[in-house]
Design a binder for this molecule. Structure first.
Ligand SMILES: *Cc1c(COP(=O)(O)O)cnc(C)c1O
Length: 395
């Protein structure tokens, strides 16, 4: 019997906790405390973290910021986005990808995603581009790197800037290349669920020659000579955040390796359940951090059930799960900027894959992959049980 109906739960014990930390983080916080400059202005931790984070992604430079949303806003500021400019965004992503464009005065243009990788489908770019297109944001959703070869090949000759939203892809590689070797700007988040975290925080990878400009724009528009040059905001990361992130970065390679290994077993288990289709992997994504294990439920297996009911039943079985993000154009956040219902219907018609993933997708968070066989078996058992036993509407 389902736990939802008073039956025994599949899992009584919690999954591995997130974030993971020990004396390394504890000592890092105390080191920043004792240094006495708790701001990067006069401090040392943020500077050191930027060097280490850039090196890890083989990027020319990195700038730490307050969070992933601000990293995106700053990236758009750096490419010179002007009011009215259009930015192509995947129709399936966390909403910050799209709202960052709106907050910079631009117009996000949702583009459908590939049904296998759930990342921006490069074949859909041609139909979406106009003479006002200024940039395309490639989101590495769940840790799967978007098709950077095709996206760059499309954007470069047209003078369209490429921004990678790598908020879910710390340490990922593409054809063996670090994300910092793929050109353009890449943005990251260190929000509490991400594979490295300081509770909050963000970063950009950028060309060396852009660093001073980016630094000025993330620090109230104040130049090194203290003149105030741009109407920018304050996106600085604190020394405490950077100290913790240096420790978290040290854990990332081993955790990523473990998740890659554990994922194999989870994928086999979930993949054998009828009606479950896992997000696929593009083999050119050579390191995949597996931020989320995402699968989409077939309508036949749902038989009228909503995805949210499945997620609720999983949670009651003691299994960690979330519903996928709604398609960008299905949110009030997007609609407030695009009042025309006919335009919205057009976007929906052009983005069937994003709609489907947003409506019927389930995500299992990465810390499940940091446990052992038991954790994987429980997730598979939970999903199989819920799909087998949830009563379907008879209509
Ligand atoms: C988490 C996330 C962001 C936003 O990062 P915050 O640090 O929460 O502001 C942006 N894009 C994607 C794809 C994300 O997952």
């Amino acid at each position: 019997m389902l736990a939802m109906n008073g039956g025994p739960k599949v899992r009584e014990t919690p999954f591995p906790a997130w974030p993971q930390f020990d004396d390394t983080e504890r000592e890092a916080v105390l080191r920043a405390l004792d240094h006495g400059s708790w701001s990067r202005l006069g401090g040392v931790e943020v500077d050191a973290f930027e060097r280490e984070f850039a090196a890890y992604h083989r990027a020319p430079a990195a700038l730490a910021v307050s969070n992933g949303s601000h990293a995106l806003e700053l990236a758009l500021e750096l490419i010179g986005l002007r009011p009215g400019d259009e930015v192509l965004v995947p129709a399936y992503t966390f909403i910050a990808t799209s709202t960052a464009v709106q907050r910079r005065g631009g117009t996000p243009v949702p583009v459908d995603v590939d049904p296998v990788t759930h990342c921006l489908d490069p074949a859909q770019l041609e139909a979406a581009v106009t003479d006002r297109t200024r940039a395309v944001i490639a989101v590495h959703i769940g840790g799967q790197v978007a098709d950077m070869d095709a996206i760059t090949a499309f954007a470069e000759p047209r003078g369209v800037a490429v921004v990678q939203d790598a908020a879910q892809a710390h340490g990922a590689t593409w054809r063996g290349l670090g994300l910092g070797e793929l050109g353009g700007l890449a943005t990251f988040s260190f929000q509490k669920n991400k594979v490295m975290t300081a509770g909050e925080g963000g970063a950009l990878l950028l060309p060396k020659e852009s660093y001073d400009e980016a630094f000025m724009r993330h620090s109230c528009g104040r130049a090194p000579d203290l003149t105030l040059r741009t109407p920018s905001s304050n996106f600085r990361l604190s020394e405490f955040g950077a100290a913790i992130l240096r420790a978290q970065l040290g854990r990332l390679p081993a955790q990523t390796e473990l998740r890659e290994r554990r994922y194999e077993k989870l994928a086999v288990g979930l993949g054998s359940i009828p009606g479950v289709t896992l997000q696929g992997r593009d083999e050119r994504c050579t390191v995949h951090p597996h931020y989320m294990t995402t699968f989409v439920l077939d309508p036949e297996v749902l038989g009228g059930l909503s995805r949210d009911t499945v997620v609720l039943a999983l949670l009651m079985e003691g299994i960690s799960a979330f519903g996928t993000y709604p398609a960008v154009h299905r949110t009030d956040a997007f609609r407030t900027g695009q009042a025309d219902p006919a335009a919205l219907a057009g976007i929906a018609a052009r983005c069937p894959n994003a709609e489907l993933i947003g409506d019927r997708g389930v995500m299992i968070p990465h810390q499940v992959l940091l446990g052992g066989d038991r954790e994987i078996d429980d997730v598979v058992e939970g999903v199989a049980k819920v799909l087998a036993e949830l009563p379907r509407t008879t209509a």
